[in-house]
Design a protein around this ligand. Sequence first.
Ligand SMILES: [Zn+2]
Length: 378
Amino acid sequence: MSEILERIWEYRQISRVELVELTGLTSGTITNLTHDLIQLGILRENEAISGNVGRRRVMLGFDPRFYRIIGLDIGRTSFEIIVMDLNGTILQSIEREMNGVQGPEAYFQVITPTLTTVKQEIEAAGEKILGLGVGIPGPIHYESGSLLAPPNFPGWKGYPLKQMLEQQFDLVTLIEDDARTSAMAERWYGLGKSVQNLVSITMGTGIGGGVVTNGKIVRGTNGLCGQVGHMTIVLDGKMCDCGNRGCWETVGSIPGILSRWSQGSTLMELQTAIRQGEPEALRCIDETLAYLEAALVNVQNLYDPELILLGGRLFPLLAEHLDQLKPRLQSRLYAFAKDRLRIEPATFGTSQSAVGAAALMLGFLLSEPVRLLSLQDS
Ligand SMILES: [Zn+2]
Protein backbone atom coordinates (compact mmCIF):
# COMPACT_ATOMS: atom_id res chain seq x y z
CA MET A 1 0.00 0.00 0.00
CA SER A 2 2.90 2.29 0.84
CA GLU A 3 4.39 1.86 -2.62
CA ILE A 4 1.12 2.85 -4.28
CA LEU A 5 0.75 5.98 -2.13
CA GLU A 6 4.35 7.03 -2.74
CA ARG A 7 3.92 6.71 -6.50
CA ILE A 8 0.68 8.69 -6.42
CA TRP A 9 2.38 11.40 -4.37
CA GLU A 10 5.24 11.51 -6.85
CA TYR A 11 3.04 11.73 -9.95
CA ARG A 12 0.09 13.55 -8.32
CA GLN A 13 -2.36 12.03 -10.86
CA ILE A 14 -1.79 8.54 -12.17
CA SER A 15 -3.83 5.78 -13.80
CA ARG A 16 -4.17 2.24 -12.45
CA VAL A 17 -2.39 0.91 -15.55
CA GLU A 18 0.59 3.17 -14.84
CA LEU A 19 0.58 2.03 -11.21
CA VAL A 20 0.79 -1.60 -12.36
CA GLU A 21 3.77 -0.72 -14.58
CA LEU A 22 5.58 1.28 -11.89
CA THR A 23 5.05 -1.01 -8.91
CA GLY A 24 5.10 -4.44 -10.53
CA LEU A 25 1.97 -5.37 -8.54
CA THR A 26 -0.83 -7.21 -10.34
CA SER A 27 -3.79 -5.22 -11.64
CA GLY A 28 -6.03 -7.18 -9.25
CA THR A 29 -3.97 -6.06 -6.25
CA ILE A 30 -3.93 -2.45 -7.47
CA THR A 31 -7.70 -2.53 -7.99
CA ASN A 32 -8.35 -3.89 -4.50
CA LEU A 33 -5.95 -1.62 -2.64
CA THR A 34 -7.00 1.56 -4.44
CA HIS A 35 -10.64 0.64 -3.86
CA ASP A 36 -9.95 0.45 -0.11
CA LEU A 37 -8.03 3.74 -0.13
CA ILE A 38 -10.88 5.46 -1.97
CA GLN A 39 -13.40 4.10 0.56
CA LEU A 40 -11.24 5.40 3.40
CA GLY A 41 -11.15 8.92 1.93
CA ILE A 42 -7.41 8.87 1.20
CA LEU A 43 -7.64 8.71 -2.61
CA ARG A 44 -10.17 9.77 -5.19
CA GLU A 45 -10.75 9.24 -8.88
CA ASN A 46 -10.55 12.10 -11.35
CA GLU A 47 -11.30 11.97 -15.05
CA ALA A 48 -8.62 13.19 -17.39
CA ILE A 49 -8.69 13.52 -21.14
CA SER A 50 -5.55 12.23 -22.82
CA GLY A 51 -4.12 11.87 -26.31
CA ASN A 52 -5.23 13.35 -29.63
CA VAL A 53 -8.42 11.38 -29.78
CA GLY A 54 -9.54 12.80 -26.45
CA ARG A 55 -9.88 9.46 -24.72
CA ARG A 56 -11.16 9.72 -21.14
CA ARG A 57 -8.99 8.09 -18.52
CA VAL A 58 -9.64 7.59 -14.83
CA MET A 59 -6.77 9.00 -12.79
CA LEU A 60 -6.05 8.53 -9.10
CA GLY A 61 -4.95 11.33 -6.80
CA PHE A 62 -5.09 12.18 -3.10
CA ASP A 63 -8.52 13.17 -1.85
CA PRO A 64 -8.36 16.66 -0.32
CA ARG A 65 -11.89 16.57 1.09
CA PHE A 66 -11.95 14.37 4.19
CA TYR A 67 -8.63 14.15 6.05
CA ARG A 68 -6.83 17.08 7.67
CA ILE A 69 -3.30 17.26 9.04
CA ILE A 70 -2.38 19.74 11.77
CA GLY A 71 1.18 21.08 11.87
CA LEU A 72 2.33 22.85 15.03
CA ASP A 73 5.64 24.68 15.28
CA ILE A 74 6.72 25.55 18.81
CA GLY A 75 9.43 28.18 18.51
CA ARG A 76 11.45 30.08 21.06
CA THR A 77 9.67 33.35 20.32
CA SER A 78 6.46 32.33 18.50
CA PHE A 79 4.22 29.42 17.62
CA GLU A 80 2.35 28.57 14.44
CA ILE A 81 -0.49 26.17 13.69
CA ILE A 82 -1.38 25.17 10.14
CA VAL A 83 -4.12 22.95 8.78
CA MET A 84 -3.43 21.07 5.55
CA ASP A 85 -5.32 18.72 3.26
CA LEU A 86 -3.80 15.59 1.77
CA ASN A 87 -2.65 17.45 -1.34
CA GLY A 88 -0.49 19.71 0.84
CA THR A 89 -2.68 22.78 0.43
CA ILE A 90 -2.55 25.03 3.49
CA LEU A 91 -6.16 25.70 4.52
CA GLN A 92 -5.52 27.68 7.67
CA SER A 93 -2.55 29.29 9.40
CA ILE A 94 -2.42 30.88 12.85
CA GLU A 95 0.74 32.47 14.20
CA ARG A 96 1.36 34.14 17.54
CA GLU A 97 4.32 35.91 19.15
CA MET A 98 5.46 34.29 22.41
CA ASN A 99 8.17 36.71 23.47
CA GLY A 100 8.73 36.50 27.21
CA VAL A 101 6.61 33.35 27.64
CA GLN A 102 8.90 30.83 29.35
CA GLY A 103 8.51 27.13 29.93
CA PRO A 104 5.93 24.59 28.76
CA GLU A 105 3.24 25.39 31.30
CA ALA A 106 2.98 29.07 30.40
CA TYR A 107 3.36 28.20 26.72
CA PHE A 108 0.48 25.73 26.68
CA GLN A 109 -1.81 28.18 28.44
CA VAL A 110 -1.65 30.10 25.17
CA ILE A 111 -1.49 27.21 22.68
CA THR A 112 -4.15 24.91 24.15
CA PRO A 113 -7.23 27.10 23.59
CA THR A 114 -6.15 27.86 19.99
CA LEU A 115 -5.43 24.24 19.15
CA THR A 116 -8.68 23.12 20.78
CA THR A 117 -10.66 25.57 18.64
CA VAL A 118 -8.89 24.41 15.46
CA LYS A 119 -9.65 20.77 16.30
CA GLN A 120 -13.29 21.45 17.11
CA GLU A 121 -13.83 23.40 13.89
CA ILE A 122 -12.41 20.56 11.77
CA GLU A 123 -14.57 17.98 13.53
CA ALA A 124 -17.68 20.17 13.33
CA ALA A 125 -17.20 20.34 9.54
CA GLY A 126 -17.37 16.52 9.40
CA GLU A 127 -13.68 16.18 8.52
CA LYS A 128 -11.18 13.90 10.23
CA ILE A 129 -7.78 14.79 11.66
CA LEU A 130 -5.19 12.29 10.49
CA GLY A 131 -2.72 13.48 13.10
CA LEU A 132 -0.74 16.26 14.72
CA GLY A 133 2.88 16.86 13.69
CA VAL A 134 5.02 19.04 15.95
CA GLY A 135 8.31 20.82 15.33
CA ILE A 136 10.26 22.08 18.37
CA PRO A 137 13.88 22.98 19.17
CA GLY A 138 15.73 19.67 19.69
CA PRO A 139 17.45 17.43 20.44
CA ILE A 140 14.64 15.01 21.17
CA HIS A 141 14.54 11.66 22.95
CA TYR A 142 12.51 9.82 20.32
CA GLU A 143 11.66 6.69 22.35
CA SER A 144 9.92 8.69 25.06
CA GLY A 145 8.89 11.67 22.93
CA SER A 146 10.43 14.12 25.37
CA LEU A 147 12.88 16.96 24.95
CA LEU A 148 16.51 16.40 25.89
CA ALA A 149 18.32 19.66 26.46
CA PRO A 150 17.28 22.32 23.96
CA PRO A 151 19.76 25.23 24.13
CA ASN A 152 18.32 28.70 24.85
CA PHE A 153 14.92 27.21 25.68
CA PRO A 154 14.62 27.33 29.47
CA GLY A 155 12.16 25.07 31.29
CA TRP A 156 11.70 22.52 28.49
CA LYS A 157 14.48 20.07 29.41
CA GLY A 158 12.99 16.60 29.91
CA TYR A 159 9.44 17.75 29.11
CA PRO A 160 7.27 14.79 27.94
CA LEU A 161 5.81 16.69 24.99
CA LYS A 162 4.40 13.80 22.91
CA GLN A 163 2.64 12.14 25.83
CA MET A 164 1.18 15.42 27.04
CA LEU A 165 -0.20 16.34 23.60
CA GLU A 166 -1.66 12.86 23.03
CA GLN A 167 -3.44 12.95 26.37
CA GLN A 168 -4.70 16.47 25.95
CA PHE A 169 -5.88 16.32 22.33
CA ASP A 170 -6.44 12.62 21.66
CA LEU A 171 -4.67 12.75 18.28
CA VAL A 172 -1.94 10.63 16.71
CA THR A 173 1.10 12.81 17.43
CA LEU A 174 4.65 12.90 16.04
CA ILE A 175 7.35 15.26 17.26
CA GLU A 176 10.59 16.23 15.57
CA ASP A 177 13.47 18.68 15.86
CA ASP A 178 12.39 21.90 14.11
CA ALA A 179 15.45 22.00 11.89
CA ARG A 180 14.54 18.54 10.66
CA THR A 181 10.86 19.45 10.12
CA SER A 182 12.13 22.32 7.95
CA ALA A 183 13.97 19.75 5.84
CA MET A 184 10.79 17.61 5.79
CA ALA A 185 8.85 20.57 4.37
CA GLU A 186 11.28 20.68 1.45
CA ARG A 187 11.36 16.90 1.05
CA TRP A 188 7.60 16.47 0.71
CA TYR A 189 6.22 19.83 -0.38
CA GLY A 190 9.12 21.94 -1.64
CA LEU A 191 12.25 21.63 -3.76
CA GLY A 192 13.06 18.18 -2.33
CA LYS A 193 10.32 16.64 -4.45
CA SER A 194 12.83 16.63 -7.30
CA VAL A 195 16.10 16.49 -5.34
CA GLN A 196 17.34 13.37 -3.55
CA ASN A 197 20.10 14.96 -1.45
CA LEU A 198 19.64 18.25 0.34
CA VAL A 199 20.59 20.07 3.52
CA SER A 200 18.20 22.62 5.00
CA ILE A 201 19.74 25.19 7.35
CA THR A 202 17.61 27.37 9.63
CA MET A 203 19.28 30.41 11.13
CA GLY A 204 17.70 32.44 13.90
CA THR A 205 18.20 32.39 17.68
CA GLY A 206 20.10 29.16 17.01
CA ILE A 207 21.38 27.46 13.86
CA GLY A 208 19.86 24.09 12.99
CA GLY A 209 20.12 21.73 10.07
CA GLY A 210 18.20 18.86 8.54
CA VAL A 211 19.73 16.36 6.14
CA VAL A 212 17.91 14.44 3.40
CA THR A 213 20.03 11.69 1.83
CA ASN A 214 18.68 9.51 -0.98
CA GLY A 215 15.25 11.00 -0.31
CA LYS A 216 15.27 10.01 3.39
CA ILE A 217 15.58 12.21 6.45
CA VAL A 218 18.66 11.19 8.44
CA ARG A 219 18.60 11.32 12.26
CA GLY A 220 21.82 9.58 13.28
CA THR A 221 22.48 7.61 16.47
CA ASN A 222 21.39 10.33 18.90
CA GLY A 223 19.15 12.41 16.66
CA LEU A 224 22.04 14.82 16.14
CA CYS A 225 22.67 14.34 12.42
CA GLY A 226 22.73 17.72 10.71
CA GLN A 227 23.38 19.81 13.83
CA VAL A 228 25.40 22.15 11.66
CA GLY A 229 25.16 24.99 14.20
CA HIS A 230 27.46 23.03 16.49
CA MET A 231 30.32 22.50 14.09
CA THR A 232 33.48 24.07 15.52
CA ILE A 233 34.22 27.22 13.58
CA VAL A 234 36.40 29.19 16.05
CA LEU A 235 39.07 26.96 17.59
CA ASP A 236 39.41 28.87 20.87
CA GLY A 237 35.92 30.38 20.77
CA LYS A 238 33.20 30.92 23.37
CA MET A 239 31.57 28.08 25.29
CA CYS A 240 28.32 26.87 23.74
CA ASP A 241 25.29 25.38 25.53
CA CYS A 242 26.01 22.04 23.80
CA GLY A 243 29.30 21.67 25.72
CA ASN A 244 31.59 22.45 22.80
CA ARG A 245 33.59 25.62 22.30
CA GLY A 246 33.47 27.96 19.29
CA CYS A 247 30.37 26.47 17.63
CA TRP A 248 29.12 28.24 14.48
CA GLU A 249 25.98 29.11 16.47
CA THR A 250 28.02 31.13 19.01
CA VAL A 251 29.15 33.52 16.26
CA GLY A 252 26.66 33.06 13.42
CA SER A 253 23.19 33.02 15.04
CA ILE A 254 21.32 36.28 15.70
CA PRO A 255 22.62 36.56 19.32
CA GLY A 256 26.07 35.45 18.10
CA ILE A 257 26.18 38.17 15.44
CA LEU A 258 24.88 40.88 17.75
CA SER A 259 27.46 39.93 20.39
CA ARG A 260 30.15 40.86 17.84
CA TRP A 261 28.64 44.29 17.13
CA SER A 262 28.89 46.80 19.93
CA GLN A 263 26.80 49.58 18.38
CA GLY A 264 23.26 48.27 18.77
CA SER A 265 21.06 45.50 19.99
CA THR A 266 18.72 44.41 17.18
CA LEU A 267 19.07 42.83 13.76
CA MET A 268 17.10 45.70 12.24
CA GLU A 269 19.58 48.25 13.65
CA LEU A 270 22.45 46.21 12.23
CA GLN A 271 20.82 46.03 8.81
CA THR A 272 20.32 49.81 8.76
CA ALA A 273 23.91 50.43 9.88
CA ILE A 274 25.25 48.13 7.13
CA ARG A 275 23.27 50.09 4.52
CA GLN A 276 24.63 53.37 5.92
CA GLY A 277 28.18 52.03 5.67
CA GLU A 278 28.91 52.21 9.41
CA PRO A 279 32.45 50.67 9.70
CA GLU A 280 31.78 48.42 12.75
CA ALA A 281 28.62 47.06 11.16
CA LEU A 282 30.48 46.34 7.91
CA ARG A 283 33.20 44.52 9.84
CA CYS A 284 30.52 42.49 11.64
CA ILE A 285 28.74 41.42 8.43
CA ASP A 286 32.06 40.60 6.74
CA GLU A 287 32.97 38.32 9.63
CA THR A 288 29.48 36.77 9.57
CA LEU A 289 29.82 35.97 5.88
CA ALA A 290 33.28 34.50 6.42
CA TYR A 291 31.86 32.16 9.09
CA LEU A 292 28.93 31.28 6.83
CA GLU A 293 31.31 30.59 3.95
CA ALA A 294 33.44 28.22 6.05
CA ALA A 295 30.35 26.51 7.47
CA LEU A 296 28.81 25.95 4.03
CA VAL A 297 32.06 24.53 2.64
CA ASN A 298 32.04 22.07 5.57
CA VAL A 299 28.39 21.19 4.94
CA GLN A 300 29.04 20.63 1.25
CA ASN A 301 32.06 18.42 1.89
CA LEU A 302 30.36 16.42 4.64
CA TYR A 303 26.95 15.74 3.10
CA ASP A 304 27.53 16.33 -0.64
CA PRO A 305 24.03 17.70 -1.26
CA GLU A 306 22.64 18.86 -4.61
CA LEU A 307 21.00 21.72 -2.84
CA ILE A 308 21.53 23.75 0.33
CA LEU A 309 18.47 25.64 1.53
CA LEU A 310 18.81 28.63 3.83
CA GLY A 311 15.97 29.94 5.97
CA GLY A 312 15.04 31.40 9.33
CA ARG A 313 14.76 34.92 10.73
CA LEU A 314 18.39 35.69 9.90
CA PHE A 315 18.00 34.84 6.23
CA PRO A 316 16.68 38.23 4.98
CA LEU A 317 19.88 39.90 6.25
CA LEU A 318 22.12 37.33 4.56
CA ALA A 319 20.09 37.17 1.34
CA GLU A 320 21.42 40.56 0.25
CA HIS A 321 24.96 39.15 0.29
CA LEU A 322 24.44 35.69 -1.22
CA ASP A 323 25.59 36.72 -4.70
CA GLN A 324 29.09 37.56 -3.49
CA LEU A 325 29.18 34.44 -1.31
CA LYS A 326 28.65 31.92 -4.08
CA PRO A 327 31.91 32.53 -6.03
CA ARG A 328 33.83 32.55 -2.75
CA LEU A 329 32.35 29.15 -1.90
CA GLN A 330 32.97 27.72 -5.34
CA SER A 331 36.65 28.64 -5.14
CA ARG A 332 36.95 26.37 -2.07
CA LEU A 333 35.17 23.29 -3.42
CA TYR A 334 36.35 20.41 -5.60
CA ALA A 335 36.62 21.83 -9.12
CA PHE A 336 34.49 19.09 -10.72
CA ALA A 337 31.66 19.63 -8.22
CA LYS A 338 31.65 23.38 -7.72
CA ASP A 339 29.36 24.26 -10.62
CA ARG A 340 26.68 21.93 -9.32
CA LEU A 341 26.39 23.79 -6.00
CA ARG A 342 22.94 25.27 -5.54
CA ILE A 343 21.96 27.52 -2.66
CA GLU A 344 18.31 28.56 -2.48
CA PRO A 345 16.02 30.25 0.04
CA ALA A 346 13.75 27.89 1.98
CA THR A 347 10.41 27.46 0.17
CA PHE A 348 7.97 28.34 2.94
CA GLY A 349 9.62 31.34 4.63
CA THR A 350 8.67 31.70 8.28
CA SER A 351 6.13 28.84 8.01
CA GLN A 352 8.84 26.34 7.07
CA SER A 353 8.82 24.38 10.33
CA ALA A 354 5.01 24.30 10.70
CA VAL A 355 4.64 23.02 7.12
CA GLY A 356 7.33 20.45 7.89
CA ALA A 357 5.50 19.41 11.07
CA ALA A 358 2.49 18.58 8.90
CA ALA A 359 4.86 16.81 6.48
CA LEU A 360 5.81 14.45 9.34
CA MET A 361 2.29 13.07 9.27
CA LEU A 362 2.24 12.86 5.46
CA GLY A 363 5.51 10.91 5.62
CA PHE A 364 3.90 8.55 8.17
CA LEU A 365 0.89 8.04 5.89
CA LEU A 366 3.05 7.28 2.87
CA SER A 367 5.44 4.91 4.65
CA GLU A 368 3.09 3.12 7.09
CA PRO A 369 -0.50 3.69 5.92
CA VAL A 370 -1.96 0.59 7.57
CA ARG A 371 -0.48 1.42 10.98
CA LEU A 372 -1.49 5.08 10.84
CA LEU A 373 -5.04 4.29 9.74
CA SER A 374 -5.41 1.63 12.43
CA LEU A 375 -4.40 4.24 15.02
CA GLN A 376 -7.32 6.40 13.87
CA ASP A 377 -9.83 3.99 15.36
CA SER A 378 -8.00 2.96 18.52
ZN1 LIG B 1 27.39 24.07 20.31
